[in-house]
Write a protein that binds this ligand. Structure first.
Ligand code: EPZ
Length: 421
């Protein structure tokens, strides 16, 4: 199994470019099933989760061609199987989008119960609630979610939780339903807007994405299209945090600054400098810090609040900030798996239920570290770059799922990191 060797103490400096948004890509690729015609999707991140999702579609009969420059040509017209029960489904949380897409196109879908990062229970009751409201029969048998509908009919749905996955999944099924579907208490993350834009490019009628009420007027037929994914706000945020945490000065190119407001504000609260700009082609943010950062309190919330996916990288930064920080994780019940590794490095963090108390220490020391999930991996790599001495970071396949060319991009900024094994 691959691992990183990281020698800490190097400031990150220079410029890095952000790839396409993982959580938009993992919804838009299966969404192409709905039109049944060839689509070209650009600016996809070259990450394992995208490769797995693409492989799942080809396993059920779609023609796919994914190139390392992030362009996927997909022709779903040859899909001949609505049962997606392969082992690889277990690693991919986003495999649940195949339910909404296959149900929307064929009126039938059977997908293994989704897996994903071990950060909590991650039920899909709101997804099922939405499919049933559209007229589908849904049952879970031997770990397989089976959904069937003679006809999907538009309906008004009120989500108990502003779930990103449920909002997108219901949008997918509703795009081909008869009549109008209204999703109340919808999630507002940027990827929701990106998926809605893709659906509309295919001829769907989705209005209100990005607000908490989304209105979908179902279409009998959709058509193929070309589309480019938005930049990844979590990859951008991870590099922003890494720049500040190492006392560096980094320009992060190809961003949508508005998507980064919460993380920019929080970094400025710690005393880091965050500037936005446009080089005539791309928007960028520039993050620098030259002194010991201040402790701050974090409470993760749905967009536009502080994103749960950056809670873990931010905690690495806070572990050497001056003072005590309170980190409240409101979105997932087990998203503190990185704390053990940080404390092994000399951090002073105590956890009680969904709250972590981070008492800033002067320095971290390198250690042998085990990654447990995608964003915990980013947190431990940032901590290893901050620390004195050498760290070995194992189980980095979790990182490969969501960060493209991670060590190459960090090396380009002056980090001393190598992949071995
Ligand atoms: C998506 O997960 C992202 N994953 C997550 O990113 C992200 O952290 C999360 O949204 C929140 O922004 C993908 O897009 C593939 P939710 P998802 O449904 O859809 C509960 C990363 O690191 N819930 O908004 O699973 C759920 O348990 C990953 O890139 C229900 O109770 O998130 C959680 O507590 C990690 N019932 C909360 O809602 C449901 O039916 C938010 O979940 C659905 C969700």
């Amino acid at each position: 199994m691959s691992y990183y060797i990281i020698n800490g103490g190097h400031r990150l400096e220079g410029a890095v470019s952000v790839g396409g948004a993982k959580n938009a890509a993992l919804a838009i690729i299966p969404a192409a099933i709905l039109c049944g015609e060839p689509c070209v999707i650009e600016n996809l991140p070259y990450i394992d989760d995208v490769r797995v999702m693409t492989e799942l579609l080809s396993q059920i009969g779609a023609k796919t061609e994914f190139s390392s420059n992030g362009v996927l040509c997909i022709d779903p017209s040859g899909i001949n199987n609505v049962c997606v029960t392969f082992d690889m489904v277990n690693s991919l949380r986003a495999s649940y989008y195949l339910l909404g897409a296959l149900l929307g196109r064929y009126g039938h879908a059977e997908v293994s119960f989704p897996g994903g990062c071990p950060i909590g229970q991650r039920p899909i009751d709101q997804h099922i609630k939405g499919f049933k409201a559209l007229g589908a029969e849904v049952e879970i048998e031997n770990g397989i979610v089976k959904a069937k509908a003679d006809k999907l009919v538009g309906s008004e749905i009120y989500l108990d939780i502003a779930s990103v996955g449920a909002t997108i999944n219901i949008m997918l099924a509703a795009a081909r339903a008869d009549g109008i579907t209204i999703i109340n208490n919808a999630a507002k993350e940027p990827y929701i807007v990106d998926v809605a834009n893709f659906l509309n490019m295919m001829g769907a009628s989705v209005k209100g994405a990005g607000t908490d009420i989304i209105r979908i007027n179902g279409r009998k037929q959709l058509h193929g299209c070309n589309y480019a994914i938005i930049p990844d706000q979590m990859e951008a945020g991870t590099f922003m945090i890494a720049a500040a945490a190492t006392g560096g000065d980094v320009i992060i190119n190809n961003v949508i600054p508005a998507h980064l407001d919460a993380i920019s504000a929080k970094l400025m609260e710690t005393g880091a400098t965050v500037r936005e700009g446009n080089d005539g082609r791309d928007f960028y943010v520039r993050v620098s810090s030259s002194r010991r950062l201040r402790s701050v309190n974090i409470k993760t919330l749905p967009y536009p609040g502080f994103p749960t996916d950056l809670q873990q990288p931010m905690m690495a930064l806070l572990s050497t900030a001056e003072g005590t920080s309170l980190v409240m994780e409101t979105m997932f019940e087990e998203r503190f798996n990185h704390v053990n590794g940080l404390n092994r490095m000399g951090a002073n963090i105590s956890v009680s239920s969904r709250t972590a108390l981070v008492q800033g220490v002067k320095r971290l020391m390198g250690a042998q570290l085990q990654v447990t999930d995608l964003r915990a991996g980013a947190a431990l790599v940032i901590a290893a770059m901050m620390a004195d001495g050498k760290s070995k970071v194992e189980n980095i396949h979790y990182i490969d799922r969501g960060y493209e060319h991670f060590e190459h991009k960090l090396c380009g900024l002056g980090a001393d990191i190598v992949r071995l094994g």
